[in-house]
Design a protein around this ligand. Structure first.
Ligand code: ATP
Length: 297
């Protein structure tokens, strides 16, 4: 394994950011970490890259402590927020990072792979936000790493810039490189990765192929107004109520509506729409809490 988290817990004061998380990353994998705000994704990356230490459990990078220089020579990272020295030119920043590594990529290759060749002489202080982000991501690849961790690499980028970054990441992966990236968007992970690890509330909620996870989160929200309490309905993965208004989350909205009619439930203002990823995550989180309650009872 190139990277491992073994029963890792990380606390910040009273906050449990990660709760006994285990994860193995094999050589050549491209893995997406998907989860809502505050799920623990950045914390997991900071542990795997040796920026922080776990409160308990163990983390390994290339078979040992991630803080060893021998491991770090093979590591590339783009954190969620980065700063670039404003007065340096893009080419100079790339060279500055390259010089920290024993066998870096040629400067032109780093720039070409991420569509930055035209920016080589520009001072980073004058770049747009999207251009800065592309430079920050490209820098993770400058040292010819074996494994790269990218925290929300394309946030704030327009469609074209996002695609150009995806191409650079794909090229690295096609050459045998290993990538772990975080995202709020299943679409982004789908475009790049086969394996997706869903994190919520500091736990791993699912670790599967993108299509299997799409099935888990492809739920619909059926809303209706009913003056009477609803009967027990099969196949519901979540229920929420505001006065007479009911919001039901289900993978099969057609069946739910048929069941409501068959049960003769009086309702008005029926509305069916795809659930947002946040709602789907909530459903997954609630399900995992219910399951752990069931297991512990
Ligand atoms: N330095 C810190 N001090 C205190 N609490 C922290 C710190 N860093 C993270 N947390 C908390 O730990 C939890 C997990 O945060 P983390 O940044 O790992 O989540 P995330 O999944 O990366 O979220 P996002 O998608 O918003 O970046 C959150 O409740 C957050 O407030």
């Amino acid at each position: 394994m190139l990277a491992r988290a073994i029963e890792v817990t990380r606390r910040y004061g009273d906050t449990v950011a990660l709760d006994r998380v285990s994860l193995d990353i094999a050589p050549g994998e491209l893995v997406g970490l998907l989860g809502p705000n505050g799920a623990g994704k950045s914390t997991l990356l900071s542990l795997l890259t040796g920026v922080r230490s776990p409160s308990s459990g163990r983390v390994e990078l290339l078979g040992g402590d991630p803080r060893r220089p021998a491991a770090r020579h093979h590591l590339g990272v783009t954190p969620q927020e980065t700063g670039l020295p404003a007065s340096l030119r893009v080419g100079e920043v790339v060279d500055f990072v390259r010089r920290h590594y024993p066998e870096p990529l040629p400067r032109d290759q780093v720039l070409g792979q991420f569509g930055l060749t035209d920016l080589v002489r520009r001072q980073t202080g004058g770049l747009s936000g999207g251009e800065k982000r592309r430079v920050a991501v490209a820098l993770a690849f400058a040292g010819r790493p074996r494994i790269v961790f990218l925290d929300e690499p394309t946030t704030g980028l327009d469609v074209e810039a996002r695609r150009s970054l995806w191409d650079g990441i794909r090229e690295f992966h096609a050459g045998g490189g290993t990538v772990v990236l975080t995202s709020h968007y299943l679409e982004e992970i789908e475009a790049l990765a086969r394996r997706v690890v869903v994190i919520g509330g500091g736990r791993v909620l699912a670790d599967d192929t993108v299509s299997a996870v799409r099935g888990l989160v492809a739920v619909r929200r059926v809303s209706l107004t009913s003056p009477v309490p609803l009967p027990v309905l099969p196949g519901l993965s979540g229920t929420d109520r505001e006065g007479d208004r009911w919001h039901l989350v289900t993978p099969d909205s057609d069946r739910l509506v048929r069941d409501l009619v068959a049960a003769d439930v009086p309702f008005t203002d029926l509305e069916v729409r795809p659930a947002s990823l946040e709602e789907a995550f909530l459903t997954l989180t609630e399900r995992s809490v219910e399951e752990s309650c069931l297991l512990s009872s």
